[in-house]
Design a protein around this ligand. Structure first.
Ligand SMILES: NC(=O)c1ccc[n+]([C@@H]2O[C@H](COP(=O)([O-])OP(=O)(O)OC[C@H]3O[C@@H](n4cnc5c(N)ncnc54)[C@H](O)[C@@H]3O)[C@@H](O)[C@H]2O)c1
Length: 438
């Protein structure tokens, strides 16, 4: 393909050289004449392993050049790789994106054929629709989708190993606006050994932020565990080495599903013990401290969703902190029920496991001693619960709760804390359904 890349920073330079190596005809564009000159001399404007050799080889092969005065008349694809730094208050600085979209828009007008513009810079959901596309359309007098193509294509390379990462990406993500552009991009990457995802634009943008937020959280987590280990004169390198070898519970998709707050007999208790000891010993571990605060905020978020329904009779399906257990210790659903009862809601609960535990289980005594007021709200069947409630809160993902979603047709409002609704529940109207994180 004939490709132009606007912005020759880390992402733009690596993309330009690697795409040229893949056999495409690439023109790099930058407002910085020095960077353009360096590339044309076969030199790299940035320090990056393997890049200079690649740029020189592609210059010599005639597949790569750079300019400050672009022309799109023979181009198929245009990548935007300009910077999106922070403003002083932390907000996203979008002047470079706005400016480059205006520049490209003017060039689109005179190109005389359909070109696909790909926004590769990291931008928050909504920026493409609210800023980039309008700027392109205003400058070109053309329409995205019909007159020119548009797609998002966030980049996941790491500085220091970005050439290797370009050819071995963890994934390829395309934010789809028009299918033709998404398919063109998919074809461009078809030889790369990575799963490719064509997603809604907001999802594509958000994946990049989820990735980087998670990486930051991981580093902060390892360092806080490290500080606590040092405090106990324990070698954190040994601890985290074994920690990361647990690919069932630790480095795995578990505990990474958006849903309701954490609870149960271990997580809150153990986090409290660790953070309490840190306070005693003057070890600052703000992120671990804030996990409990974040969890409490999530509970309040669920409460606000229930309140927003504006109805009084609330049915709660699933009381234990996860399905398949009758353990109610520190269940966030119990905390939610207590808040609702305290605010005067008429709450009814159905949880098959807890009902059985009340009759005979090991938790009978706990229920009677710790949550007798809640035990009184238990219904003996799902049918009874539905008959006595206007809003159904799905507290955990018990399989029988999914059946309820399948059967519900009578206008119950559903607050789903567990993500049970799936493609089969098409009969549930959007207006009657609210997920906690979706
Ligand atoms: N650096 C990384 O490792 C990395 C990784 C993934 C994603 N990203 C994202 O990719 C984007 C680019 O990052 P970067 O580090 O390569 O940026 P950078 O700041 O290193 O380079 C941006 C380049 O764009 C040029 N530029 C600005 N306005 C222009 C215009 N109107 N026309 C042509 N060129 C213009 C600048 O002169 C500069 O050379 C950012 O959104 C960043 O968040 C960066």
């Amino acid at each position: 393909m004939k490709i132009s890349i606007f912005g020759l920073g880390y992402v733009g330079c690596v993309s330009a050289a690697c795409l040229a190596e893949m056999g495409h005809d690439v023109i790099g564009v930058d407002i910085n004449a020095h960077k353009v000159r360096l590339i044309n001399e076969g030199l790299s404007p940035i320090v990056e392993e393997g890049l200079e050799e690649l740029i020189l080889a592609q210059r010599q092969a005639g597949r790569l050049r750079a300019t400050t005065a672009p022309d799109l008349s023979d181009r198929d694809l245009v990548f935007i790789c300009v910077g999106t730094p922070s403003n002083g208050n932390g907000s996203l600085h979008l002047d470079y994106v706005n400016r480059v979209c205006t520049d490209i828009g003017r060039l689109l007008r005179s190109a005389g054929h359909r070109i696909t513009v790909v926004l590769r810079s990291t931008v928050l959901p909504g920026v493409a629709e609210e800023m980039a596309i309008p700027a392109l359309e205003a400058a070109s007098g053309m329409h995205a989708g019909s007159d020119f193509g548009f797609a998002l294509n966030p980049e996941f390379l790491r500085e220091g190993s970005s050439v290797h990462d370009f050819y071995h990406p963890p994934k390829t993500v395309i934010g789809v606006f028009d299918q033709e552009s998404a398919d063109l991009l998919s074809a461009l990457y078809s030889s790369l050994p990575a799963p490719l995802f064509q997603l809604a634009p907001g999802e594509a943008s958000m994946i990049k932020y989820a990735d980087n937020a998670f990486h930051a959280v991981k580093v902060a987590f390892a360092n806080e565990i490290g500080r606590m280990c040092k405090n106990f004169q324990v070698d954190s390198r040994v601890v985290m080495n074994v920690f990361t070898q647990d690919t069932k519970l630790n480095i795995s998709p578990l505990y990474l599903k958006p849903g309701f707050a954490f609870g149960g007999s271990c997580l809150p208790k153990d986090l409290r013990a660790l953070t309490h000891r840190a306070r005693q010993d003057d070890v600052a571990i703000p992120m671990l401290n804030s996990a409990l605060e974040s969890n409490e905020e999530h509970l309040q978020h669920a409460l606000r969703l229930v309140k927003a329904c504006g109805r009084k009779r609330i049915g709660v399906l699933g009381l234990s902190f996860k399905h398949g257990t009758d353990d109610l210790r520190e269940s966030p659903v119990v905390a939610l029920v207590e808040e609702l009862v305290g605010k005067g809601y008429e709450v009814r609960i159905y949880d098959r496991n807890v009902s059985m535990a009340r009759l005979m289980g090991a938790n009978k005594e706990y229920i009677e001693r710790e949550v007798p007021h809640i035990a009184k709200l238990m219904c003996s069947s799902m049918e009874e619960l539905l008959a006595r409630s206007e809003v159904v809160v799905i507290g955990n993902n018990g399989q029988e709760h999914e059946r309820v979603l399948g059967d519900l047709r009578n206008g119950h409002k559903i607050i789903d804390l567990s993500g049970l609704k799936n493609g089969r529940h098409t009969h549930i109207k959007e207006v009657n359904y609210e997920g906690i994180c979706w």
